[in-house]
Each structure stands twice: as C-alpha cells, then as structure tokens.
Design a protein around this ligand. Structure first.
Ligand SMILES: NC(=O)c1ccc[n+]([C@@H]2O[C@H](COP(=O)([O-])OP(=O)(O)OC[C@H]3O[C@@H](n4cnc5c(N)ncnc54)[C@H](OP(=O)(O)O)[C@@H]3O)[C@@H](O)[C@H]2O)c1
Length: 237
C-alpha cells in the first residue's frame, strides 16, 4: 500500500504521514517550503521502517498549471499510490472585500485546482483506491473572515462528492472536516482556547481523531462521497 500526502512535513500532515507509515504504507511526502523538515521526517521513517519506501516530492500547489506535469513525473518515479490525502492548505486571513485577484488564484490553486490536477493525472495513469480531502468544519458556514480560503474549501467538498460519483467504483472519495486541532499561524493560545471552549464538546480535536477518521474511511468499503465532521461538534454551532 502506498499513500501520497500533500503538506506532509508539519502539523496534521506530519501526524498523518507517521500514522500511515506505522500502518505499513509506503509514503510519498509532498512538501513546498518545508524541504528540510520533510527530509528529516523522511530519514526518521527510513530508520524506523527500513522495509518500506519513502520519497519526497517538492511542488508549489499555488502554481497549479505546472502541477500535472510534476506529478506525472512523480508517479512515474515513485509508482502510483492507493491513497491520496489532499491536506496542504494556506489559511489566508482576508475577507471578500479585500481579496485580490492573486489571492483568488492562489486559494483556488492550492485547495481545488491542484488536487484536481493531481487526481486527473492519477486517474489517467490508471490509479485506483481512496482519495481523502481535508476540508474544514467552517464549510458549513458563510463566515467570510477567511473568505477565499473558505470558498475554495467549499469547492473542494463539492469536488470530493463529484469525483465520488464520476470515478466509482475505481475510486472512493471522502472528506474530513476538522474543527480546532492546532492554532493557526499568528494566533495565540488564548484565541485558540476560546475557539475550543465554544465547541459543543469543549475539546480540542486530537490529531489521533484525524487519523482515526482516515482509518474509518479506509476500512469502510461501502462509504464514498461522505464528509466526516471531526470537530467536537463545531459544525452544529
Ligand atoms: N489546524 C487546524 O486546527 C485545522 C482546522 C480546520 C481544518 N484544517 C485543515 O487541515 C489541514 C491541515 O491543517 P494544518 O493546520 O496542519 O495545515 P497548515 O500547517 O496550515 O498547512 C499544511 C501544509 O500545507 C502546505 N502548503 C501551504 N501552501 C502551499 C503551497 N502553495 N503549495 C504546496 N503546499 C502548500 C505547507 O507545506 P510547506 O510547509 O512544505 O510549505 C504546510 O506545511 C488543512 O487542509 C487545513 O485546512 C486544519
């Protein structure tokens, strides 16, 4: 079994990479800027799991027009995965009114167009298995503080369900919509604790709950086109 995880070097991606490696997966780690962190993780994994194969792919997903060619090459070099997790993200803190053209292109590039390009190349090369998109519980809302981020994540959720139809039975496509797992860049502990306190379960989402959701999707062979809100109930508020 082989997985591709985008944004694999840090935070949730780092956790999911470690988790899948511990379950016996070979992993293609995608990174953008975090090349040294990715290489560090790669060498840890190679030491810990010497019988498994770990490779690293660097690519800026905002430059979505170049992504198909880069992943075509990556799949030829590393082999096709059985599982793709679209995790990479940039939490752009801009409301709709101040959003500029380059923000629109960047957000749609990272969160929708690049996942589409990667998946299209994967399918064209005969790829089958699971595609998991990492969404955000806020897709249930119309909060516009991170307007273009949220619009692109909402599109990614619709895309997940569209490919679940189009590519069945070869592909199962499901999404995970996390609530507060880790504080976003630039926000302090007080801000994050307040978000956590206002979830119905008043609890931070554990990294292990995200990997448990991945496990549930992988094990449940009848499930496709679902979005799991792993968010301490935040989508209910
Ligand atoms: N953290 C939370 O509490 C939370 C809550 C709701 C939803 N989520 C979702 O869960 C996922 C993971 O969250 P996170 O907080 O761990 O994410 P993150 O740290 O904000 O970003 C993950 C990775 O995305 C990569 N990335 C950003 N811009 C990129 C670009 N232009 N091209 C390629 N890669 C790019 C970065 O890779 P490099 O470091 O290599 O540049 C980064 O390490 C995201 O999809 C996020 O929307 C998280």
């Amino acid at each position: 079994m082989k997985a591709l995880i985008t944004g694999a070097a840090k935070r949730i991606g780092h956790h999911l990479t470690n988790h899948l490696a511990s379950k016996g997966f070979d992993v293609i780690l995608h990174v953008n800027h975090s090349i040294s962190e990715g290489e560090e993780l790669l060498s840890e994994l190679r030491n810990k799991y010497p019988d498994q194969v770990f490779k690293i792919v660097q690519c800026d997903l905002a430059e979505w027009r170049t992504v198909a060619a880069q992943f075509k090459q990556a799949f030829e070099k590393c082999g096709l995965p059985d599982l793709i997790i679209h995790n990479a993200s940039f939490y752009l803190n801009k409301s709709i009114g101040v959003t500029q053209e380059e923000d629109m292109e960047r957000m749609m590039g990272i969160h929708l167009f690049s996942p589409m390009m990667i998946d299209k190349v994967f399918r064209e090369q005969g790829g089958e298995g699971n595609i998991i998109t990492i969404l955000d519980t806020a897709i249930k809302t119309n909060q516009s503080t991170h307007g273009m981020y949220l619009l692109s994540k909402k599109s990614l959720a619709d895309y997940t369900q569209m490919i679940a139809r189009e590519w069945a039975p070869a592909i199962r496509a499901n999404g995970i919509a996390p609530g507060p797992v880790l504080p976003p860049d630039g926000k302090d502990a007080a801000y994050f604790n307040n978000v956590v306190k206002n979830t119905p379960l008043q609890s931070q989402v554990a990294l292990s709950s995200i990997s448990d959701s991945v496990e549930f999707i992988l094990k449940n062979k009848n499930m496709t086109g679902q979005i799991i809100y792993c968010d301490s109930g935040q989508h209910l508020t």
